[in-house]
Design a binder for this molecule. Structure first.
Ligand code: B12
Length: 199
């Protein structure tokens, strides 16, 4: 992945799905690590923006191949959840993976897309009576946008009516505390478990 060798990545994943589909989660972690290396090589000036775009395309194709292995058996609808990438951040590959996994787990997902303003998230939650909000972001500035989104629920007097989970590469326990979110995770599968417990 980090060498942007799309044929090698996709062929390896096709083989994995034929031989050991239960290992799809590990393959996803490996692809993400590869993407992190792409980011490092971009920072070092070795890769250009076009390489970032290409890495995103490989990741999307990779996820499409391993998705059946990632998805758990479908269950009856668990309830609604809003998922979006926060204001100022245009990265949506991770968000889309989270949506696939939440949908497959039985959540009714409202996908607000990327670069989503806090008031749009609050309004959508109000209008659709949504109790769980998933915020994604990969830029450092996404951390402040996540905090602004959580604060918007407080200002609207709705903070105790919703649970908010955040994710994306800059997210840690410290970021969770800073933003005021209820939980954080980098693993969509783990996040499904957390949200099931909330329900
Ligand atoms: C692909 C990519 C792009 C693509 C995005 C395509 C797309 N449709 O998303 C393009 C080329 C458009 C792009 C643009 C830019 N990018 Co960019 N990009 C990346 C790259 C290489 C990979 C991101 C990615 O998709 N990772 C794979 C996914 C699967 O991982 P993930 O997002 O972390 O998601 C997983 C988990 O975190 C979790 N998760 C994610 N969201 C959520 C939400 C919840 C609720 C939960 C529970 C879990 C969860 O689940 C996912 C699956 O496991 C990263 C490098 C990196 N380290 O991530 C840089 C990176 C994020 N980009 C960076 C930069 C600088 C930019 C640009 C500013 C470049 C420029 N000069 O224009 C622009 C930003 C534009 C903007 N305003 O957003 C920097 C950010 C630096 C910073 N500290 O802020 C990075 C880190 C690269 C680097 N090291 O310099 N980028």
């Amino acid at each position: 992945m980090s060498d942007l060798d799309d044929e090698a990545v996709l062929e390896a994943l096709r083989r994995l799905m034929a031989e050991a589909p239960t290992e799809a989660g590990k393959a996803m972690d490996a692809c993400r690590e590869g993407m992190e290396d792409v980011g490092r090589r971009f920072e070092a000036g070795e890769y250009y923006l076009s390489d970032l775009v290409f890495s995103g395309e490989i990741m999307t194709d990779a996820v499409n191949i391993i998705k059946p292995g990632l998805l758990q058996a479908g269950v009856a609808s668990l309830g609604k959840v809003i998922i979006c990438t926060v204001k100022g951040d245009l990265h949506d590959i991770g968000k889309n993976i989270v949506i696939s996994i939440f949908s497959a787990a039985g959540f009714d997902v409202i996908d607000l897309g990327f670069d989503v303003a806090p008031d749009v998230i609050v309004k959508t939650a109000q209008e659709n009576d949504v109790k769980i909000i998933g915020l994604s972001g990969v830029l450092t500035l996404a951390v402040d946008a996540m905090k602004a989104s959580v604060d918007a629920f407080t200002k609207a007097g709705m903070r105790d009516k919703v649970k908010i989970i955040i994710g994306g590469c800059p997210v840690t326990e410290i970021v969770k505390d800073y933003t005021g979110a209820d939980a954080w995770s980098l693993s969509p599968q783990e996040a499904v478990g957390i949200c099931r417990n909330w329900l």
